[in-house]
Design a protein around this ligand. Structure first.
Ligand code: HEM
Ligand SMILES: N[C@@H](CC(=O)c1ccccc1NC=O)C(=O)O
Length: 273
């Protein structure tokens, strides 16, 4: 029997109730969909059909970047607190998100260069190069580069503060070195760290948790590299060798970023096992 503002009934003999009861939370109000779905504003006029796809995929990326930052920050803090299982658990969640970030480039590639060209001229000087959250992920992961903060134009004060904070706070690598140090290893030099990593790799039954954490960091590094590689091929498919709207040489600049690694000592370890 309906109470007038919802649907009630029996479910396996139990009274259930669907729908709003006296102005209670709804799907739309909980997720603030009215605001969210009003944020896709096209620059092209008349509107180019594919610009909505372009905006939507970027906003989806930035929501996932926000989630990745949430998880990587918690993973770093878990390592610093000695909660190794939690740190690894959260890194493995990030791996699943990063695989989606690479896979979803396929959606953007349903756009042709001709259709991208319908609105690309409206985008300069905006570029993904200015993605503050992308840089925060790089800094937090271990690739701190203060030059990006200096080179960014049009940053808000809040964005500048966010980048400065990421440059000052411990990285995931700092946290991993803290784990090694608290496990009795010397981490005061690169040679000492290399030696510690060889000991961990050589006795996984004794150092299982520390080894698995290193593997989770390497996986994060590999998946980030996979996205950079997927992005540059997509870029070449979209704009060939044209310079980027952000002022770079375009694909050539992006190719120069393909060798970036967050954890070089973990990759070098493979050469000595
Ligand atoms: C038609 C699709 C796209 C094209 C043609 C494109 C092109 C470019 C180019 C040429 C650059 C170099 C900077 C510049 O001069 O603009 C760049 C950088 C970047 N783009 Fe894209 N991009 C596309 C889609 C995306 C998407 C969907 C994302 C997701 C967030 C993204 C994220 C980035 C990031 C983070 C950078 C900086 C990379 C770095 O500095 O290592 N791009 N893009
Ligand atoms: N840099 C891209 C333009 C572009 O893709 C873009 C433009 C505005 C906001 C985000 C973008 N995505 C990545 O750069 C290009 O040169 O075509």
């Amino acid at each position: 029997m309906s109470t007038g503002d919802g649907v009630a009934g029996q479910w396996g003999g139990v009274d259930v109730h669907f729908g709003e009861e006296g102005g209670r939370l709804t799907y739309g109000s909980y997720l603030r969909l009215a605001e969210l779905l009003d944020q896709q504003r096209l620059e092209s006029d008349p509107p180019a059909h594919d610009e909505l796809l372009f905006i939507t995929i970027h906003q989806v990326y930035e929501l996932w970047f926000k989630q990745v930052l949430h998880e990587l920050t918690a993973s770093r803090d878990a390592m610093l607190a000695g909660e190794h299982w939690l740190a690894e658990h959260l890194l493995r969640r990030v791996h699943t998100i990063e695989r989606v970030l690479t896979q979803q480039v396929d959606i953007l590639e349903t756009m042709t260069p001709q259709d991208f060209g319908e609105f690309r001229h409206r985008l300069s000087p905006a570029s993904g190069f200015q993605s503050v959250q992308f840089r925060e992920i790089e800094f937090l992961s271990g690739a701190k580069d203060p030059s990006f903060v200096r080179r960014f134009r049009g940053l808000t004060e809040i964005e500048k503060d966010r980048l400065r904070r990421r440059l000052e706070e411990p990285t995931l690598w700092d946290a991993y070195l803290d784990v090694l140090g608290k496990s009795g290893f010397d981490t005061d030099s690169e040679d000492a760290i290399r030696d510690a990593l060889r000991k961990v790799a050589g006795d996984r039954s004794h150092y299982a948790a520390i080894w698995e954490l290193a593997e989770a960091l390497v996986q994060h590094d590999e998946l980030a590299a996979a996205w950079r590689a997927r992005h540059v091929v997509m870029v070449e498919r979209m704009i060939g060798t044209k310079p980027g709207t952000g002022g770079s040489s375009g694909a050539n600049y992006l190719r120069s970023r393909l060798d970036l690694r967050y954890y070089p000592l973990l990759w070098n370890l493979r050469s000595n096992l």
